[in-house]
Ligand binder design. Sequence first.
Ligand code: HEM
Length: 443
Amino acid sequence: MIPLVSDTAQQDDGPVTPAHPKRYDMPAPAPLGDLELFTAGHPFDAYREMRDSAPVCWVEENYPSFQGPGFWAVTRYDDVRTVDLDPETFSSQRGGINISYGAPETRHPQLFAAAMNTMICLDQPFHLPLRREHMPFFTPAYTRSLQQAVETKIDALLDSLEDEGPTVDMVKQFSAELPLYTLCEMLGVAEADRPRLIEWMHHLELAQDTIARKNLGEIDPAQIMAFMTAMNELFEYGREVLYERRKAPREDLLSAIANAAVEGEPLSEPFLDGSWLLIVFAGNDTTRNTLSGTMKLLTEFPDQKQKLIDDPDLTPGMVDEAIRMVSPVIYMRRTATRDAEIAEQKIAEGEKVVMYYGAANRDSSVFADPDRFDIERANAKDHIAFGMGPHVCLGKRTANMQLDAAYRKILARFPNITWTGDIDIAPNNFVHAISRLEVSLNG
Ligand code: HEM
């Protein structure tokens, strides 16, 4: 039986200072655990300062809504690799993959349990058997089999973009729709139920903020109610479809999850909830935000956009480079299982270690002139936005395929499409969540 991570995970009651002296005596240049900070996008200046002067930097968690024990922020490419590739020292299971899950009395119980009881929060021996059950839906052949349907969907979305234009919210009209469509095709979610997933995604992206503001008494009760209702519906729906697939399996990813067995046993209900939450969030949110972030980059670097229009064969390289620069997953957290050392900083057992992918992806020792969007960058595909090691993103082919197909078609049809400068980014320190991006179809 897979142990319940939600029952066994280390709680945030550790020391408020690190056990070992700080090797780099620089206070964190930005409150990385804070949510509001990220509404201006990744704090790239702070990342640079940390890479240069404190590559393993102690960050205090001292926010109005939460006081935690603090964590080590790792920002250099090689150090992020080291942590991601050493799961025995840096565990996903011991404390989960988020910086903090808040004080127990402040959590949404089912959301917390599902966020923990999932393969992304498992170490071996449980992680790999569960990951294997998902794998048939992430092979090159399976991904290719989706491509035709994805292209047809893109054409339809671009038709509606044109109908709505000339100025539209790209997130609502395109970026939120395409990954949802693709994921629902993989999962086997009925067409009529798909809009509900968009609504649930919206609440999930705001979950950290909703809970934080609820704790501070700063939120309208109606908003809390809407959030609670959305979460209840998300899990009710997930259980309903997964139990249906247990009774009558089909050739889809929901059936693979519903009938997955680890050590000969079917998944318990908390792991069904968790697998459902992981797949709907990981599969939607990341690709959505990269689709939008790519449009912003193409507008900011018009020479690169023109190059791509002139030679669409550059699209695969552009996609790697865009994922590098957008880095839609801000971080993954690990917990030290034993005393360790990274970049000469001693880390004590039990301390939190947080890998900042967006910082590693702008490390100039690996990517020359890292803030420049260069669609012909020779090593763009070495980006680490998908992570590395045993938990490396399962959906990376699915994401690349959608981004490639989308941008070939977007630029063929609307070569003058431009971001107008209007953007909203949700208060979320875990994913770079672009909730609105206004584009003009005619430039
Ligand atoms: C640009 C798009 C995407 C990015 C940047 C991204 C990034 C990531 C990252 C950083 C991880 C954790 C890696 C680690 O801990 O080392 C991850 C895991 C995962 N991703 Fe993605 N992801 C993307 C798209 C997708 C898509 C489209 C799907 C599904 C259709 C997906 C499904 C998953 C799953 C299931 C895991 C957990 C794997 C495990 O624990 O073994 N991702 N992703």
